[in-house]
Design a binder for this molecule. Structure first.
Ligand SMILES: [Zn+2]
Length: 404
């Protein structure tokens, strides 16, 4: 990290602690113009209104405050100065600088979103110096099958084979049910005959010219229960995200029946992002033994307020159920800020608890290590001998001393 404890008002409790990002995506190495850059720093799919900028926001101010010095600029360089410097250095150099300065030891990369625009896991390992593991998006697998002509007679068997094949190397799966159908409809294991009917209807739509986009609750339920049957690590998008999400259908409490039904399956459920439902998610992690959460994404977008969001995530959730993620996509700034703001916020939260109730420094350090990497390694069973990184940088560095 280029930011020392002294200049962020922190205690240094996370000094030297590895950081495992259990949900992120690749970055672009393109030279970004102003509108490309702004579109990567907002969840809106609209340009800012005439005469305004998306950078007048918590994340925009955080970029100017914290990322500008990584590009050799003064803190709070103007947006134009920052973009000019970004172009002068080139997208590849900027991405490598920010990724390496983030000091992540391990990245779990979800590969199912706009994969043609960003670095793949091998490219991310080379650019970041981190070990990289893959997370597979379930809906994408089904779309690959139906897009290549798979019909109702062989869909379920073909999906089983494809999922098993991908799980030979991936450490977990992700569902975007929240985006496509809402979390209130994935409760029960669907009847196979109804799955076949739904696949037939989807195939007919695609044959009629519709895009290959899975938005059927029965099929998505089938994909999820196949993952439960395999005892997978299953990530769920929860809470806010792009403009096509219906936020009122993304409350994790809507998963309560699913969580009850999957409790003894061996599957582990990771509630991603969660904002503004991170307290509901904390409750679920509290009562269900197989439920975990993070407040990634929200950390970047709440910027100077992320300390409070992180502290709130440490209310009901047991400390062995909290994980770190950045949910960075596209702009390497989001990796750097995700790591910096998380370290700072966790440090400050623990310092507050120490101040109020005398938490010993050794206990603060133990909790910090759990949240930063130990919980993820245990919950994803990375110490299982079968699990190896999908990619790792050829260079040795601090990462070879990272979490095991
Ligand atoms: Zn994501």
């Amino acid at each position: 990290m280029s930011t020392s404890p002294a200049d962020t008002g922190t205690t240094g409790v996370l000094e030297g602690v590895p950081l495992l990002d259990h949900h992120c995506h690749g970055v672009t190495t393109a030279d970004l113009d102003r509108s490309d850059f702004e579109s990567l720093l907002t969840e809106s799919d609209w340009p800012a209104p005439e005469g305004t900028t998306h950078l007048d926001s918590q994340v925009g101010f955080a970029v100017r405050r914290h990322c500008a010095p990584v590009l050799d600029l003064a803190p709070f360089a103007t947006a134009d100065q920052y973009l000019r410097r970004r172009c002068d250095l080139g997208g590849k150099d900027v991405s490598e600088r920010l990724l390496r300065a983030s000091g992540m030891s391990d990245l779990f990369i979800e590969t199912g979103h706009r994969a043609d625009e960003i670095l793949d896991p091998v490219g991310m390992a080379a650019a970041s110096g981190a070990r990289v593991f893959e997370i597979v998006r379930l809906e994408r697998l089904a779309e690959e099958l139906v897009g290549s002509g798979c019909g109702p007679a062989d869909f379920r068997a073909a999906y089983d084979r494809l999922l098993d094949d991908r799980l030979r190397t991936a450490v977990g799966v992700k569902s975007i049910a929240a985006y496509r159908v809402g979390l209130d409809v994935v409760t029960e294991r669907p009847d196979p005959a109804r799955v076949d009917e739904a696949v037939a209807a989807w195939r007919a739509d695609v044959a009629g010219g519709a895009p290959v986009r899975l938005a059927d609750a029965t099929i998505i339920g089938h994909l999820l229960w196949a993952a439960v049957d395999r005892g997978c690590a299953i990530q769920f998008h929860i809470g806010y995200g792009d403009a096509d999400v219906d936020l009122h259908r993304c409350n994790p409490l809507l998963l309560t029946e699913f969580l009850r039904a999957s409790r003894v399956s061996g599957a582990r459920v990771f509630l991603l992002h969660c904002y503004p439902f991170h307290r509901e998610a904390g409750y679920l992690a509290h009562v269900f033994p197989h439920v975990y959460l993070d407040v990634g994404l929200a950390i970047n977008y709440t910027g100077s307020r992320s300390d409070e969001v992180i502290a709130e995530s440490l209310e009901l959730a047991p400390f062995h159920k909290l994980l770190f993620s950045s949910d960075a996509f596209g702009a390497a700034e989001l990796f750097y800020l995700g790591a910096l703001l998380f370290r700072r916020g966790l440090d400050r939260a623990l310092a507050t608890f120490a101040d109020r109730d005398g938490w010993p420094a050794s206990e603060c350090r133990r909790v910090a290590e759990m949240v930063a990497w130990r919980n993820a390694r245990r919950a994803y069973r990375l110490d299982d001998a079968r699990v190896a990184p999908a990619a790792a940088a050829a260079t040795s560095g601090p990462l070879s001393d990272g979490p095991r």
